[in-house]
Design a protein around this ligand. Structure first.
Ligand code: ATP
Length: 295
């Protein structure tokens, strides 16, 4: 196993010359064994990045290394669940699992696949086309986990699951990843759900990396500040600030001790992400890579 699961350098990908690139100059490093939340607004480039890492789209510019080689070379060791979960509609759940085993004869982990199917109480005789969207997601995840991947790429896996199923599936995924040291990259718009299960964060905006690095380090680099509306935030980097009446609330990257005229607290993951989403032009921050960069 390599120490780095995914490394991107000046990574770019466009779909047509006239359109803004889906990914542009992206650089980050994700250590093997980490569980990474991939977040960003609609159209930020999350699905494109996952499809590139899965080896399903050719890289446009720059370099993308997956499990120490090219994405295409790593495909056998990568599990990928796309947003549209392509499955054969005419097969039953049981036939789909058998199909997964036949496609991955050397790696197939029947126990992991069966566990996801059993937890969702899926009948193995039901045809895929007769399943609800959420249940299809479970089958797609069972296939991905059964492949016993070293890297699991999940594109909004929880989007069509009910809250209980989300909770159960998150626990299963995390237990499985911890047991096998699997690297997981999971995109989601429900940031609160990622809290507590991810140790890395990659925030994309308009195809660029806005935040990347170990979650604890990124959180520690920011403070949520409150004070009077006229409080000075200099010389700190202000990601986002809002005033409501006489009250100032801001997310800052302190450049030293904060002034005595403000109170501060550690932000939650959701506060960190929301502030960056509300301030799409705030300076980017990348931590824990080959070098630390604030751009
Ligand atoms: N196959 C494609 N053909 C043309 N444009 C594409 C294609 N795939 C993605 N794009 C464009 O690339 C940009 C990034 O899209 P992408 O789906 O990667 O974003 P996303 O962050 O996953 O968005 P969402 O949160 O809405 O799923 C968008 O402008 C999108 O229109």
């Amino acid at each position: 196993m390599t120490e780095t699961a995914i490394e991107a350098a000046a990574l770019g990908r466009s779909f047509g010359r006239r359109r803004r690139p889906a990914l542009d100059g992206c650089a980050f490093r994700l250590p093997a064994g980490s569980v990474c939340a991939l977040v960003g607004p609609n159209g930020a480039g999350k699905s494109t990045l996952l499809a590139l890492a899965a080896g399903l789209l050719p890289v446009g510019e720059g370099a993308l290394t997956v499990l120490g080689g090219t994405p295409a070379a790593a495909r056998e060791r990568v599990g990928y669940v796309a947003q549209d979960k392509p499955l054969h509609p005419h097969l039953t759940v049981g036939e789909t699992l058998r199909f997964g085993r036949e496609l991955n004869p050397r790696r197939w982990d029947a126990r992991a696949a069966e566990r996801v199917v059993d937890e969702g109480a899926l009948d193995r005789g039901t045809k895929i086309r007769a399943l609800s969207g959420g249940r299809r997601t479970l089958v797609a995840l069972a296939l991905a986990l059964g492949k016993r991947p070293e890297l699991l790429l999940l594109d909004e896996p929880m989007a069509d699951l009910d809250p209980l199923a989300r909770h159960r599936l998150t626990a299963t995924l995390m237990a499985d990843a911890a047991e096998h040291g699997t690297t997981v990259v999971m995109s989601s718009h429900v940031v609160a759900e990622l809290d507590g299960c991810c140790d890395h964060l990659l925030l994309l905006g308009a195809g660029r990396v806005r935040l990347a690095g170990p979650l604890d380090d990124l959180l520690a680099a920011h403070r949520l500040v409150t004070g009077r509306a006229d409080a000075s935030l200099a010389p700190h980097t202000v990601v986002e600030s809002r005033t409501t009446g006489r009250q100032l609330t801001a997310l800052v990257r302190p450049e030293g001790p904060l002034g005595e005229d403000v109170q501060s607290a550690a932000p939650t993951l959701e506060e960190l992400v929301l502030a960056h989403l509300r301030a799409p032009h705030a300076a980017a921050l990348r931590l824990g890579g080959t070098r630390e960069v604030a751009v």
